[in-house]
Design a protein around this ligand. Sequence first.
Ligand code: GLY
Length: 347
Amino acid sequence: MKKIHVDTRTPYDVLIERGTLSKSGELISTVTDSKKAVIITDDIVKDLYADTLVDSLEKAGISAAVFTFRNGEQSKTLSTLSDIFDFLCEQNLTRSDFLIALGGGVVGDITGFAAASYLRGIDFVQIPTTLLAQVDSSVGGKTAVDIKGGKNLVGAFKQPVLVICDSDTLKSLPKETLADGMAESIKYGMIRDKSLFELIEAHNIDNIDEVMDEMVYTCIDIKRAVVVNDEFDRGERMILNFGHTIGHAIEGWHNYTDYTHGMGVSAGMCIMTRRLCDASLTERLENCVKKYGLPTDTEAPMSELLPFCSTDKKREHDSISYIVCPEIGKADIVRVTVSEFAALMEG
Ligand code: GLY
């Protein structure tokens, strides 16, 4: 089993191994004495994996009730959070008990926020079942729900006590959902690791599973290194947003429907690279994302994307930071005024 130790203010391990979901109870018992948990999941993941997890917990002497909500970003709301809190009260969950997030990024984000706020904070374990959640959202402690004003605008930093990644769970994903996580994986190669980029570029959506554990391990280890240096997202952690400012804007332009986060990140990385870097680098990045069925551009006019960029969470007063990778494996943070950014993007 591969293990990554994340040395944040409250440290924890990320465990990566095929088939490890069925050993979760035993693994969780090493980080808690509690014998009671609530599993939070969505209706699709519940049917696939909840029974395996509950059985494994029972074998380890842990009883678990399951709370399920409808799959999808539209569930990541204060209303679902309120239903979760009611369920935790009905289950008499105490401060010494814990939550388990079983699912993708939506499940992880809302469960993490519930754990940060229920009884002013209880432990939670992440069991991410999508590639995007494994390589990004389950590690680093960002938790949130969406409100009318935008995605992830209400949340907290709350690190899990354990993350368990079972790459067998990725086999049930539709190709588009796997591609969603591949965009973030390509991003890690671009910002920090040329060998990782080369590994991904040497594969495609149909055979990346052959190197999945190696790739997931490398991506999480890059995220670990960035997060331990800047847990609360004040500086270096911004490099994880390569492609995201334009990407989020494209997602917003599509009303967050029929356009995945990964598609936005992929188009965003290519657009920034095309505008700011060598043509040969752009071509290499474009060829790589295409192998995973990801877009290199957007039909949305830049003039219509810019208003979304100026409401980006990363904005501070009248300035905005964007990330540029002048070569594979290297990222720079550039801070400019909002009007300089508009001129750069429209030019
Ligand atoms: N997903 C970006 C971060 O965790 O900072």
